[in-house]
Structures are given as C-alpha cells and as structure tokens.
Design a binder for this molecule. Structure first.
Ligand code: JFZ
Length: 447
C-alpha cells in the first residue's frame, strides 16, 4: 500500500511538472509574441577596427574581421587596448530602442572573437581586464532596461571563440546570405582558410574550452544580471551533444528565459526559429515562433566603409511584412567603438518610431490573418479588428479586401483617425495617403 501510494505520488508529480511546463511555454512566450519588434546589438573590439586592418578594407561582416583578416591573437588583443567607449550611454541606447517602438534588446555578450563585454572570472579576455575602459558594459544596460521596462537578452557565441584557447573556428563561411555582395574589396586577407590560423588558439581542446570558458560565462550571465529575457546562441560549429547539454542545463537559472534554435541542431530546438537576413514566405514557419534578424546596412558589427543603408521604407515595410506573417523583427545596430550609434541608424530609429507611435497597435500583439496577401499591402488581426497596411494607395480610392468573408462594422485611418465609408468589402479612401510608406486602416469586423 505504501509502495502504491508512493508510485501514485510520483506519477502525480511528473504529471504536474508536465502540465506546469506546458502552461509555462505559452506564458513564457507571451511577451515575446506580443513584442514583434526588438533591437539586436553587435558590439565589441571589432568596432575599433571598423572593417579596416593593416590598411586593408577587410571584406564581409565587420564582426568577422579577425577571422577574415587572419589577425593573430596577440595582435587582435592589442586592439582592445584602444577600445575605450567613453561616450557609451546605456540610458540613451535604451531610450532610442523604446522610442523606436522596440520591446526588447539582444546584445552580444560575447561574439565569435571571444571578447566578453562583461566582468568574467573565466577569461582575462574581457572589457574589464583587457581595455582602458575597464568597466562592465552590460551592467549599465541592465539598469537602463529595468528603468524603461525593456526586456534584455544576451547573444552568446557558445562554440566559436577565436581568442580563448580551444574555441571553435568556422572553417569557411558557408552561408553567404548575410554578406554584402557588392563590397568587392577582395585582397589577400579575405581568402578562405581552414580552421585555426594561430597556434595560440589550439592550446586547449574544445571540451576544455566549454568547461573553462563557455559554461562558467553563461553561468555568470544568467546569475549576475537579474532577469535575462533571451539567450541567443549562435553558430553551433563543432558543438557536441555533451557540450550543448551542459549549456542547456544552465537555463534553469532563468526559468522564464527564451532561447533560439542555434545551440546545436537538431537536438536542441530552443523556443524560436531564426531566419537571418530574410523574411519567410507567408505560412512558411506557421506553428513555430520565429524572429527575422536583419542588419540596417551590410554588416552586424560597425564598419566605417559600409554605406549600404536600407531605406526607412524598406525597414518599416519589413516590420509590417514580418508582423503580417506572425513573426518578430530583430533589427541590428552596430555601435561605434566610442559607444555611439551610427548616425544613419539613429535617424532610421526615429522615423520608425514616429510611424509606430501612430500605427503601433496594428503591429503589437497581432497575428497573421487568413486573408490572401493583397496586392496593395499587408494585413494583421487582433480580436475583432483587422489592420490593413496600404503600401500602394489605390488610384480610384477604392481599397478592396480580397476574399473577405465577415462583414465590416466600421473602418478608420489610424493616422488622423478619420472614419471611412465602406461598401461590402470595399473601403473608400481619401485621395491622398496619409503616410507615403504605409497607411493603416483599422477595420472592425463582425464575427
Ligand atoms: C551569425 C554570425 O556569424 C554573425 O556574425 C552574426 O552574429 C549573425 C547574427 O549570426 O551568422 C550566421 C549564422 C547563421 C547563418 C548565417 C550567418 N545561417 O544559418 O545561414
């Protein structure tokens, strides 16, 4: 009898943890699903080089300069001696994100160059020990995010590490989708190489790197900075299931944390899919939580000579396109070495912010509609409201909602708020679009 009770008790317990977990996933994901828009920040020693080494403009993304330029470990660590971001103002950064309508920030706590933006006991290769600045860069960001009610997540390159011994090195850049195809400044430094380029990188094994650096650092990140909203793993080069297991186990330090699918494939799917520099087709990723990460120009980490800036029209319409398909937009900023955002990024954030101020309700906490994608733009839905994003203003002023089955109760423009006449599934628009990039019509439907 005692045994039976014990077994029963054990069963009940496991049942309870199961159902508790089920609830937790939706609860855990709720803020993220409603947020729709976040800021990615790629910052580190590479910003100091800004895409130029030894007089050469190094091709490809700025944060890859050590790898693409085959910069020796000692030489790269010398660069840190100049990294002194005295103009870094975390409060200002968070305000810029907030004013743009962003709901979360994900910052590179450690990128592939292994440089920790935080105070770590696991490696001297960090901002406190290796730079004249000498202060933790994450701490002020944590404080500012708390102040402005902004969620904060950490990007952590768990496998690739080009400075800490034993870290993995991608042999070649296999997917070039995120590279700037027009930056044809090819020279001797940009040829593909096989693996490590400096013996200093190979004085420990990968397993030792995981135990000595990655595990303790992730533990620090998840213990010393309050609530961590997201852990954004990247490039599972050489990852073993054993290493992934050890890192994954640390997530219990933050019960509400959300993780992506880049720890190790396929056994560690995480919570979110991460299409990079591209927006999936409608329906393509239905059923999963996904986030498109994208650069504003052609690089993640700051590069002085990259001027492939996306227009505000592209950025705003990307956000709309992504929201209309049920995803999130993680838009990147590559701060300069002095701690300021590039001027172009600041300006775009402001423009997006003004648009969001008027039209944000059509983005946040909405979901994809079942309507076909209209030729004039995109649609989202929230409860009894449909939101119509008009990119191409109809010449005859008649906006037709294709395959609309429900009847319309009322329609109005979010910009200015004027009520619009409707007839069946046709909405009568004023002659001129209130917003040249995207005007939103809010439609109440009868369900
Ligand atoms: C990775 C990094 O290497 C890069 O520096 C940046 O941080 C970016 C956000 O992520 O780059 C990738 C990762 C995955 C793919 C392409 C580039 N991919 O899956 O195609």
């Amino acid at each position: 009898m005692k045994k039976l009770t014990l077994i029963l008790f054990a069963c009940l317990c496991s049942l309870q943890t199961l159902s508790a977990q089920d609830i937790t996933r939706d609860q855990r994901m709720q803020w993220w699903r409603e947020a729709r828009f976040g800021m990615f920040i790629h910052w580190g020693v590479y910003a100091q080089l800004a895409g130029v080494y030894d007089g050469h403009e190094i091709n490809k993304a700025g944060e890859w300069i050590m790898n693409r330029g085959k910069i020796p470990v000692a030489a790269y660590q010398q660069v840190a001696k100049q990294f002194n971001p005295v103009k870094y103002n975390a409060d200002e950064w968070v305000r810029m994100a907030k004013d743009a309508g962003m709901k979360y920030i994900v910052i590179t706590a450690k990128h592939h160059d292994g440089f920790a933006l935080f105070n770590t006991k696991a490696s001297k290769w960090n901002v406190v020990n290796a730079t004249p600045y000498g202060k933790d860069l994450l701490q002020p960001l944590v404080a500012a995010c708390k102040k402005y009610n902004m969620k904060l997540g950490f990007y952590y390159s768990q496998a690739q590490d080009w400075n800490n011994p034993g870290g993995a090195v991608n042999r070649k850049v296999t997917s070039e989708g995120w590279l700037n195809p027009d930056s044809a400044k090819i020279d001797a430094y940009t040829k593909d190489h096989d693996g490590h380029w400096d013996p200093a990188q190979e004085t420990a094994t990968f397993a030792q790197y995981i135990d000595r650096v990655a595990v303790p650092q992730v533990k620090e990140l998840l213990s010393n900075y309050g609530d961590v909203a997201v852990l954004w793993w990247d490039t599972p080069t050489n990852m073993t299931d054993d290493a992934a297991q050890k890192l994954n186990a640390l997530l219990k330090l933050q019960p509400n944390i959300i993780t992506n699918d880049r720890l190790k494939r396929p056994n560690f799917p995480g919570d979110t899919k991460t299409p990079e520099q591209k927006i999936p087709k409608a329906g393509e990723l239905d059923g999963s939580d996904w986030e498109t990460c994208m650069t504003m120009n052609g690089t993640w980490g700051f590069k002085s000579w990259d001027d492939k800036w996306k227009s505000n029209e592209t950025l705003i319409r990307n956000l709309i396109d992504i929201a209309s398909k049920g995803g999130n937009y993680l838009l990147n900023i590559g701060p300069k070495a002095d701690g300021t955002f590039p001027e172009q990024s600041i300006n775009s954030l402001k423009t997006i912010g003004s648009w969001m101020k008027v039209n944000g309700e059509a983005i946040y906490a909405t979901h994809a509609t079942t309507l076909p994608q209209p030729a004039w733009g995109r649609t989202t839905q929230k409860g009894d409201f449909l939101y119509l994003f008009v990119f191409n203003w109809p010449q005859d002023g008649k906006l037709v909602i294709p395959e609309m089955k429900q009847s319309i109760v009322s329609a109005q423009l979010l910009a200015g708020g004027s009520k619009l006449k409707t007839e069946g599934s046709t909405i009568q628009l004023p002659a001129k679009a209130p917003d040249a990039i995207a005007s939103v019509v809010k439609v109440q439907i009868k369900r």
